[in-house]
Design a protein around this ligand. Structure first.
Ligand code: SF4
Ligand code: FES
Length: 250
């Protein structure tokens, strides 16, 4: 199949960007979206032109490195899918696609489709860990975890930190990401001692990074490749409120 691509090209965070039109020719429908861009890039390199920069690593949907907007939707038209797992069979011959980087004040563009998501790292560093020793395997059944909590914690732990939730949110909120991290620790026994303070520290950091407020729009949940539910945001607020009521704001 042949496609027309309009790709955001931007040298760095300080220069202004613009759309550039490319033709992607002879694309195999079994290719992933990133492999399709590889084909375009090989042509550009052969013509001594600058290839399109985009982030990627595992290409298996598990590392969270890839991601950009395809026709205004984070990770493209297939639900529950990262761009590295999005296959070209979901597009038609002759389709015209607009590729843009994540748009958020807290995610400055590094180059073309790649953005700086180190703000997420700083949110994790603010409290996304447990201080107790967890290095060795515990005795089976030594710490009992209710099945429902174990499953909710596992669901929240599926977050890969891709940033699609932020990119799709009209407020540029990182509440789904932060709520997922707070939930996956806060639902397990090892995460209890620091649970409420963790919520305060991570929420404060999230605000300081320039992410917007959540107003329950739900676009984040709709594009999340790991189906993180917005219930994690309610849990984040609950833990934050509990810390505030206990007089423990940062
Ligand atoms: S909550 Fe979903 S969309 Fe947001 S960073 Fe995690 S995996 Fe990506
Ligand atoms: S490259 Fe790892 S999730 Fe897409």
């Amino acid at each position: 199949m042949n496609l027309i691509l309009h790709v955001w090209r931007q040298k760095n965070a300080n220069s202004s960007g613009h759309m550039v039109r490319y033709e992607a020719r002879d694309i195999n429908s079994h290719m992933s979206f990133l492999e399709m861009i590889d084909v375009v890039n090989e042509e550009l390199i052969a013509k001594s032109e600058e290839p399109i920069t985009f982030d990627h690593d595992c290409r298996e949907g598990i590392c969270g490195m890839c991601g950009f907007m395809i026709n205004g939707v984070a990770h493209g038209p297939e639900r529950g899918t990262t761009v590295c797992q999005l296959h070209m069979r979901h597009f038609k011959d002759g389709d015209e696609l607009y590729l843009e980087p994540w748009r958020s004040r807290a995610f400055p563009v590094i180059k073309d489709l790649a953005v700086d998501r180190s703000a997420f790292d700083r949110i994790i560093a603010a409290g996304g860990y447990v201080s107790v020793r967890t290095g060795s395997a515990p005795e089976a059944g030594g710490i009992l975890v209710p099945k429902e909590n174990a499953e909710l914690a596992m669901d929240a732990a599926a977050c890969i930190g891709c940033g699609a939730c932020v990119a799709m949110c009209p407020n540029g909120s990182a509440a789904l990401f932060t709520g997922a991290k707070i939930s996956h620790l806060g639902l397990l026994p090892q995460g209890q001692p620091e649970r409420d303070q963790r919520a305060v520290d991570m929420v404060v950091q999230m605000t300081e990074e320039g992410f917007g407020h959540c107003t329950n729009i739900g676009e984040c949940e709709a594009v999340c490749p790991k189906h993180i539910p917005i219930a994690v945001i309610a849990r984040m607020h609950r833990h934050y409120l509990q810390a505030s009521l206990a007089g423990r704001p940062r």
